[in-house]
Design a binder for this molecule. Structure first.
Ligand code: AHR
Length: 509
């Protein structure tokens, strides 16, 4: 329905389950890029820095977000990463030309320091190996260094570096965006599929308990998409567990309705990759399902022009300011919609990484001599990570719809629901993407007797361009008190135009 009264209805039932949510869909990403590491997580000399030089103010925000896994060290960076240069006595580590971002890599932070940071941040490491300029041998050596207990060349090297216990890193990415001509060591799908397969097999000989992620397409505009996924999986189906997806959206033409419809594109992307995985499964008569690792997703466009200029017209330097997008209110809405989309596919999307975490297209920003602070996109990420753990439920969403420049039949409201059966809590995430009208979300909750509304968190702002800065937080959530009614198992919640909503219910005792 595209004209007439706007509406949104969902029906939640304990028995209509999509899947338990793998908490790792709330993962993130730290690359040696710009000020993510140097000046981001690590800044010796900052008033909050600990003995290892890690900023405690950043760690506190990462812990507040509850990030369960962090991909490292890239990204494009990994395709020219020499891990051996990043370990051992810091004074002996070489400085390197970092090709992906035209920077100088000082190697002050490497594999062991990052593992230590991850422990402090209460998160897991998702490690990527270099399949650009290197291959099977370097990947196996790094794995032996990280995970083998002792008594071999690389495990003993780790011990000689003061790290007695292995890092036990379970999840490994086999390269990064190998379909992209910008990638150092870019490959065809067949070349990459063969290399990924052989690398995976060798790595599993060292540690059979690994989870391995093969590179999918860098985005859906790649000319090789989705044949890339099919070819790679035809070569590596039996030896990998995940295929990666990456996507970034922008609003270059200042069309908010069209911008907010892009989560439908993400939805279509996920469905296509699932279909491609299952096509190869059928061809191979396999019993195994390949899962999806959406290990780069976000809004990214604000700083593009400045970055192009910096990349062309700057001398090699350590940690230049790159990809420092300043996010506005509408970016937070799209991030919320993208999180809803991930939840809707939680049966197949088992990992996802908001790219990235600190300073580089990030929810957390730092000032060199000042505080760490929260960008607008921090809040939907925080809410989903905090309240979106449990079982994702089918919503049977029905909503009035609209068309935009590039999309048709876009629902005015999109929603996802997660039931924490142990904690007897139910959370509904909903975005009203109508820009001018309130829409009442009617949720049939008769399958949840005794549940009461605890809180209705709302992110709203009359200015789509409102931003947060170190000095002023213009976009931050508040609890709405007068917009809801729960009677006879039906919740009616007023969703303000252009708003992110978190409806938190709990069974009363
Ligand atoms: O996240 C920034 C960059 O985007 C990553 O290095 C790369 O994988 C992607 O193109």
């Amino acid at each position: 329905m595209k004209s007439g009264k706007k509406f949104a209805r969902i029906t939640l039932d304990k028995d209509f389950q999509i899947s338990p949510v793998d908490k790792r869909i709330y993962g993130s990403f730290i690359e040696h890029l710009g000020r993510a590491v140097y000046g981001g997580i690590y800044q010796p000399g900052h008033p909050s820095a600990d003995g290892e030089g890690f900023r405690q103010d950043v760690l506190d925000l990462v812990k507040e977000l509850g990030v369960p896994i962090v991909r490292y060290p890239g990204g494009n960076f990994v395709s020219n990463f020499y891990w051996e240069d990043s370990v051992g006595p810091v004074a002996d580590r070489p400085r390197r030309l970092e090709l992906a971002w035209r920077s100088t890599e000082p190697n002050l932070i490497g594999v062991n320091e990052f593992a230590s940071w991850a422990k402090k941040a209460e998160t897991q490491v998702m490690m990527a190996v270099n399949l650009g300029t290197r291959g099977i041998e370097a990947a196996c050596n790094l794995l032996e260094y990280c995970n083998h207990p002792s008594g071999t060349k690389y495990s003993d090297l780790r011990i000689s570096h003061g790290i007695k216990n292995p890092h036990r890193i379970k999840t490994w990415c086999l390269g990064n965006e190998m379909d992209g001509p910008w990638q150092t060591g870019h490959k065809t799908a067949y070349e990459y599929g063969r290399l990924a397969d052989e690398t995976a097999k060798a790595m599993r000989q060292i540690d059979p308990s690994l989870e391995l992620v093969a590179c999918g397409s860098s985005n859906t505009n790649m000319p090789t998409y989705p044949q890339w996924e099919a070819t790679v999986l035809e070569e590596a189906y039996d030896s990998v567990d995940f295929i990666s997806l990456h996507t970034y959206y922008g609003n270059r033409f200042h069309d908010t309705a069209n911008f907010l419809a892009q989560s439908d594109d993400m939805d279509h992307f996920i469905k296509t990759v699932i279909a491609t995985c299952d096509f190869v499964k059928a061809k191979k008569r396999s019993k195994k399902d390949i899962m999806l690792s959406f290990d780069e997703w976000n809004v990214w466009f604000h700083a593009n022009e400045a970055d192009d200029d910096t990349m062309k017209n700057r001398p090699w330097s350590v940690a230049p300011r790159l990809l420092e997008d300043q996010y506005d209110f509408e970016d937070a809405l799209l991030v919320g919609l993208m999180l809803i989309t991930l939840l809707k596919h939680s049966d197949r999307v088992r990992m996802a990484c908001m790219a990235q975490l600190v300073n580089v297209i990030a929810p957390i920003m730092t000032e060199e001599n000042g505080p760490a602070w929260r960008q607008t996109i921090y809040y939907p990420y925080l809410h989903a990570s905090r309240y979106g753990r449990g079982i994702a439920l089918e919503t049977a969403l029905r909503s009035s719809r609209h068309d935009t420049l590039d999309y048709t039949d876009v629902t005015d409201v999109d929603a996802a629901a997660v039931w924490d059966n142990e904690g007897e809590a139910l959370t509904i995430f909903a975005v009203n993407r109508d820009l001018s009208e309130d829409i009442t979300l009617e949720a049939d909750l008769r399958s949840f007797p005794g549940y009461q509304l605890l809180e209705h968190l709302v992110l709203e702002n009359p200015d789509m361009g409102a931003v947060n800065t170190a000095e002023k937080e213009a976009v931050c959530p508040h609890a709405a008190t007068d917009r809801n009614q729960l009677a006879d198992g039906i919740l009616r919640a007023k969703l303000a135009p252009a708003s992110w909503n978190v409806l938190r219910l709990k069974k009363s005792i």
